[in-house]
Design a protein around this ligand. Structure first.
Ligand SMILES: [Zn+2]
Ligand SMILES: [Zn+2]
Length: 345
């Protein structure tokens, strides 16, 4: 089969590799679509991801397709079924799993290799994080379950309530999903974005106001000016993964408010925090990472109900053979949000 193999920093090759063999409890999916994701871009740029992928490795993690084959012992799935398989599954046995923090599982099993004609799904994912896709949901939309599940968990853990003023820093696919879901939740949403294309996407997905950082002297001041009595936002979600944005987030939140550092920075990154402001203003600092089987199912329901639509996020399509060019192009900050990679072309 044809598959993308990640070798390191900005080094992805399209190669012929053997089709994986399925063992007990496993499934083989013929990939219909694999979506590009901000995490993949980071991995491509940095050459690795501490938790998710160590090269050389098959690459890509947001996919939907048709079951080609199931191993012995698989229940509930058979060949020909349309499915979405998530990129990880928890062990359900460790301390963190018992605390409903499955995203922090001591033995979280990651699966990569969506940019390929076929992908093998390990038993644990088949059992806890593979879902049948109804015929009225497209493969493209089904593949958006993974990022959306991370976003739903992020908002839930931040205790966002109806009527809250929520600032979302970052106009990438994740930032845009936060904007849309916060708006659906009934929040007043202020987006902070950089590029023109991100500003228009943020407005389209429901942002009440957008601060374009290239158009203002001081982004923090511009955001505060948009909040009631300039007091700052109830909640600030950082969805960029850069230290400057982490620091902004703290300066944009109100007294007693909550910041969620959703964007993971490069390993070794440190930020400076004003301890007085944190202490005397009672700022709550949160960070959320990844998804749980519960948020995966909630995300899937939102997609099936068409509350979140593929056309809002998937702005292009390309054959697998062009993956490297697509990733390079996206690093150059063009207007694309997510690109659907189609294997077998
Ligand atoms: Zn992703
Ligand atoms: Zn566990």
């Amino acid at each position: 089969m044809t598959a993308a193999v990640l070798y390191g920093k900005e080094d992805v090759k399209i190669e012929r590799v053997p089709i994986p063999r399925v063992g007990h409890g496993e499934a083989l999916i013929k990939v219909q679509v694999a979506l590009t994701c901000g995490t993949d871009l980071k991995v491509y740029q940095r050459g690795y991801h501490a938790r998710m992928i160590v090269p050389p490795a098959l690459f890509g993690h947001e996919l939907a397709g048709v079951i080609e084959e199931v191993g012995a012992g698989v229940k509930g799935f058979r060949s020909g079924m349309r499915v979405v398989a998530l990129n990880s599954a928890p062990c359900q046995m460790c301390f963190y799993c018992s605390k409903h923090q499955e995203n922090l599982c001591e033995d979280l099993l990651f699966n990569n290799g969506a940019y390929a004609e076929y992908i093998k799904i390990p038993r644990r994912i088949v059992e806890s994080n593979m879902l049948a896709v109804p015929s009225n949901v497209s493969y493209e939309e089904a593949a958006m379950v993974e990022p959306l599940a991370c976003v739903l968990r992020g908002l839930h853990e931040t205790n966002v309530e109806i009527g809250d003023t929520v600032v979302v820093i970052g106009g990438g696919p994740i930032g845009l999903m936060f904007i849309q879901v916060a708006k659906l939740t009934g929040c007043n949403v202020i987006a902070v974005a950089k590029r023109d294309s991100q500003v228009s996407a943020a407005k389209r997905l429901g942002a009440d106001d957008v601060v374009q950082i290239t158009q203002v002297q001081d982004a923090v001041d511009a955001v505060r000016a948009l909040t009631p009595d300039r007091r700052g936002a109830d909640v600030v979600i950082e969805a960029v993964g850069r230290p400057e944005a982490w620091e902004w987030a703290i300066d944009m939140v109100r007294k007693g408010g909550t910041v969620n550092f959703f964007g993971g920075c490069a390993s070794g990154t440190k930020v400076a925090l004003d301890t007085n402001r944190l202490h005397y203003s009672e700022i709550s600092l949160k960070a959320t990472f990844h998804h749980t089987p519960e948020t995966v199912r909630k995300a899937f329901a939102l997609i099936a109900e068409r509350k979140i639509r593929g056309a809002d996020y998937i702005t292009g399509e390309a054959p697998l053979s062009r993956l490297q060019q697509v990733l390079r192009h996206m690093l150059n900050r063009n207007g694309d949000i997510k690109t659907a990679i189609i294997p077998g072309h």
